[in-house]
Write a protein that binds this ligand. Structure first.
Ligand SMILES: [Zn+2]
Length: 154
């Protein structure tokens, strides 16, 4: 009985020594930086969940676009409304209806074009169209008002 216990104890010590030896060797090992896990196309860069790029361009878990093409395709729907430039263009275009149609209309078109160039294609076009339309309408209104004022002269 005592012999068995001491045998088990010896075995335990031997295992412990093995573990310690393993730790010592691991520590002595030169720190070879393990290569970072390759950014696989099959893992979401945002939440790191696996996905099949052949099936979807978007992470099934968080909806993150998985490819540059996917990001581009996904960008417009994600853009929260018109950009500042497009908004300014629409405002300028609407003001062109009442004040200095050629000037504010041109400003609105220009802002819309800049917004378009910066990626806000939908609202950039909208701002330019609104500006052109309002500038034209503003000029027609302006001419009509001037004719009306002149016609009232004695
Ligand atoms: Zn994800």
């Amino acid at each position: 009985m005592g012999k068995k216990v001491s045998k088990q104890r010896a075995e335990e010590i031997r295992r412990q020594h093995e573990v310690e030896e393993e730790i010592r060797r691991a520590r002595a090992r030169p720190a070879i930086p393990s290569p970072p896990p390759p950014v696989s196309k099959s893992r979401c860069p945002q939440c790191n969940s696996p996905f099949d790029p052949a099936l979807t361009n978007f992470c099934p878990r968080c909806g993150y676009p998985q490819s540059p093409q996917g990001a581009e395709l996904q960008a417009p729907p994600h853009a929260a409304g018109p950009s500042f430039l497009a908004r300014a263009g629409v405002v300028a275009g609407l003001l062109a209806l009442l004040f200095f149609p050629p000037v504010l209309g041109a400003v609105g078109v220009l802002l819309g074009m800049i917004a378009y160039a910066r990626g806000d294609t939908r609202w950039g076009i909208a701002a330019a169209v609104v500006s052109v339309f309002c500038a034209g309408a503003g000029m027609v209104i302006g001419v009509a008002v001037m004719e009306w004022v002149q016609s009232a002269r004695p």
